[in-house]
Design a protein around this ligand. Structure first.
Ligand code: IMP
Ligand code: MG
Length: 369
């Protein structure tokens, strides 16, 4: 992923794919033109990289020149095409091949045809490396198209976003979801995860997804996935990762325009962490951090015993059971800590102090993501 100015872009077309598309255009054009010496006309600025690669591959004699037009503002095509540098040589009787980096609405092409209307060229052929059929609203024939692409803004290989990105050798596409903050919230029993999740979700406008809640919701509402999960639970078997992931997927899809998610109670295994990465990838985003509340065992034991006095939870009443739950937690989560630490995404936060103090510590981490 790359950031240009304020926007995020993801890899879209590799150097190799571009090279193949350029080569195919060269082969077709060279074949069609026979012994004719064409004049290739690049439309600046965007086409400079294409023209350079194209003429290096062109197997026969040719001429190269440029005209300079401008139509784009930011990520939107405008109707108002400016002719910055026009034709500087007589092209009467010549075969002209326009080399465009990209054809979007076709407005630029309109201007190109206007320029050539009175030039008395033998023929005017249009070649474009990229073409967005959904955006094109003109009738001019496109003689050679390197690659058809969806109607999304791209940068790289000559194409820019407000000046940046032209130098990139491959092509990147504007991300549909811009910047999400996706956090895996972790902490041993008694660390205060639930309390902090409530604050963080408010403060950052995030969706809190607790796997336990999602399970209960799906089972209660007898959704297909809920029934599937229940069938395993009734047999005393673990619900397969895929079923859980499918449920999470639905939750994420339901909140497609969220600022991000707090995942709570998931992932618990390496396989789940990988599945979660894939899920995030589908939304054009990623897990930014595993934030773990770190609390000393003795403090946890005291807190849970205290809670046990009023919560009525039997598992909070027995010190032996509490210690075992804490030990279990560390055994199970060590792998996940490593998984995220390897990607520099593990953030341990001191979980001892007042609720407000801990929220501030967590915010310090999240604000930097
Ligand atoms: P059109 O006039 O709408 O066909 O757009 C043509 C010009 O707009 C191209 O020559 C580019 O300079 C610019 N353009 C169109 N689509 C994109 C894009 O996805 N990324 C960057 N520039 C673009
Ligand atoms: Mg252009």
């Amino acid at each position: 992923m790359i950031k240009l100015h304020d926007l995020y872009f993801k890899p879209f077309i590799s150097e190799q794919e571009i090279d193949t598309a350029v080569q195919n255009m060269v082969d077709k054009i060279a074949n069609d033109l026979g012994d004719e010496v064409p004049v290739f006309v690049g439309i600046m600025n965007g086409s400079f990289m294409l023209v350079s690669d194209f003429v290096k591959k062109y197997p026969k004699a040719c001429e190269v020149t440029f005209i300079k037009l401008a139509s784009y503002e930011g990520v939107k095509s405008t109707d108002d095409i400016q002719r910055l540098i026009g034709l500087t040589q007589d092209l009467t009787g010549r075969t002209v091949v326009i080399l465009e980096d990209i054809i979007d609405t076709g407005n630029t092409l309109d201007e190109v045809h206007r320029i050539f209307k009175n030039e008395n060229v033998k023929q005017l052929l249009i070649a474009t490396l990229f073409y967005k059929p959904e955006a094109y609203n003109k009738d001019f024939k496109l003689h050679y198209v390197g690659m058809e692409i969806p109607n999304k803004f791209i940068v790289g290989y000559g194409l820019d976003y407000d000046g940046l990105g032209r130098d990139l050798p491959s092509v990147y596409q504007l991300k549909t979801t811009q910047h999400m903050t996706n956090i895996v919230l972790f902490g041993p029993p008694g660390a205060g995860k639930g309390t902090q999740a409530t604050f963080l979700k408010e403060k950052y406008d995030l969706i809190h997804i607790s796997t336990g809640d999602v399970f209960r919701y799906n089972i209660k509402n007898e959704t297909a996935l809920g029934m599937l999960a229940k069938s395993y639970m009734d047999k005393g078997e673990l619900v397969p990762d895929q079923v859980t992931i499918d449920m999470l997927n639905k939750e994420v899809e339901k909140n497609a325009d969220a600022n991000g998610f707090i995942f709570d109670g998931f992932p618990r295994t390496n396989a789940q962490a990988k599945a979660l990465d894939e899920l995030m990838d589908k939304t054009d985003s990623q897990i930014n951090a595993m934030v773990a509340l770190e609390v000393d065992d003795e403090v946890l034991v005291t807190r849970l015993l205290e809670r046990g006095k009023t919560s009525g939870r039997t598992d909070d009443a027995d010190e032996g059971i509490i210690r075992n739950r804490i030990k279990e937690y560390y055994n199970k989560t060590a792998i996940l800590k490593d998984y995220y630490a390897e990607q520099n995404k593990y953030f341990g936060v001191d979980g001892v102090g007042s609720i407000e103090e801990i929220t501030v510590r967590l915010s310090t981490v999240i604000d930097k993501l």
